[in-house]
Write a protein of this length. Sequence first.
Length: 622
Amino acid sequence: MLGLRRAAASSTRVQNCSILLARACCADSVLSRNYLAHEEGHHDKSFSISGSSIISKLYSSECLYHTSHTKSFLWCRNLSSHARARSGQKDDDLEDGFSDLDVPPEDDAMVGPQEKEDDGELMSEEEMNNAAADELSFLDSETDLSVEKKTQRIESQLSKIIIENPRYSLNGTLDKWVEEGNPLGRGEISLVLLNLRKHRLYGKALQFVEWLEATNHLEFLERDYATHLDLVAKVHGIQKAEKYIEEIPKSLRGEVLYRTLLYHCVSATNVKKAEDVFNTIKALGVPISAFACNQLLLLYKWVDQKKIADVLVMMEKENVKPNLVTYRLLIDTKGRAYDISGMEQILDTMKAEGVEPDLLTNAMVARHYVFAGLNEKAEATMREMEGDDIKENRAACRDLLRLYAALGKADDVERIWNICMSNPRIGECLAAIEAWGKLGQVENAEEVFENMLKIQKKLSTKYYNTLLKVYANNKLVSKGKELAKRMSDNGCYIGPMTWDGLIKLYAKAGELEKADSILLKASKQNESRPLFGSYMTVLGRYSARGDIHNAEKIFQRLRQIGYAVKLKPYQLLLRTYINAKSPAYGFRERMKADNISPNKAMAIQLTTADAFRKTQISELLD
């Protein structure tokens, strides 16, 4: 942690300066209050800072204002499956969301809604869960990843039986399987759960685990209960998961169980419950894991970046060593705030501490360079990603396609794609479609799509959704409508990602009423709800028009469908009033009621929209 603190020079040379600063900038944080309360008057040498502090320099309030074969059979798979889809959703619906390279991660209040509507920060709950899955693997260090990867390719006979049989007869089918003398050891159970997760059959997976527990086929360990808890949360939500914990023997309610619940609280962006669960983990008296801390970092990265300081103080105090995920979260946060110097300092500290950036981290750094206009630095990072021979470093091709497209380098996109096209991988094809679309070369994007259709005969929904986005960005409404009909004719699942593509298609083409109509019809679907970003697209367009009535309507729909109202919708709604040159009466009170704090730029806008604001002229005339 010492190296991380040295990421930024500081003239402050006092003990406990990180704690003091955290008190100053995070006074309202539940985590901070609970943790720092017993620190009053204490000076711990292990926490002394000699000349530098990552918090006092890199994560001050001003800087952030701008902007685990496993030992237990059940714990054979990480919790990232929750990130992909909810129970009952189809296989491809929430996979591989649209690239976040479409627009730069600019300060929300400094650009118009049209430019911000596709920003990576405008993420639905499902999209944020995708990010959580990518950034926070639930696999422990003791996990044998190579064994798991091999296991993923194995289909068991019992898995097929469970998948093919309806849920109402599943228990009887399982009883018959055992009566016939078929094996049902931990290895078989592990494969079954792995395959059910792979197919997103969480309801059946939960029923299978409940059957195992009810029939006493196995003695459950803490990790087994944790997996049961995970499935309850996926299928029934956090509240039912909390009630299930009460049924678990107290001796088995450990850190693994509660960090499973913490994961779901963070995935749902439920700040209070996440903080409460974290404090419960702390109360257990066990060492706090980097995973739990990273969960909070990710949560605060989404909802309140000022509180990142709290987590860093606590990690330092508890001697929790930052891992790759920790550094990646901090790097991305700094990059999104356009603090490139701070991002580079964290990157240097990471390397100095012996943590080498992986491909994802380098791609993230390059992305932030691109949108900061530092093209030379971006290309230098991309050359590092390519290595001496890109053919030997094939894994980098997917990210490079998107990055070169963001730089407008069609020749390099073609060079990288030529390496892939003889034996293309799924991610590379999707990236190529996005890249050609970004460059405005729609015919090349269509060619990639059609070639893949010839090879696979039936493409998954995500291919169609990616091409649909290309049509949306290029305002090709007729082609988008034709593609949507083609999806339906080919039996593709039409869900939130497809709705989002259609909404953007019409909104960007200026047909806002049609986009609004699609959003309304999609919101009435029983199986799933539209993406958060879909609402932001329509709200952003109404905001640009200064259409207060329709903007308020979308704002209320967002709340009614169950999304937590956060800063971004309020920003767009306030901009609507400003564009309409209409006073926003009671706007601060509305935000306060939702426990939303304005950032610095929005505070200025609130003053501008204040109907009772006094100006020099008004004071003179009065």
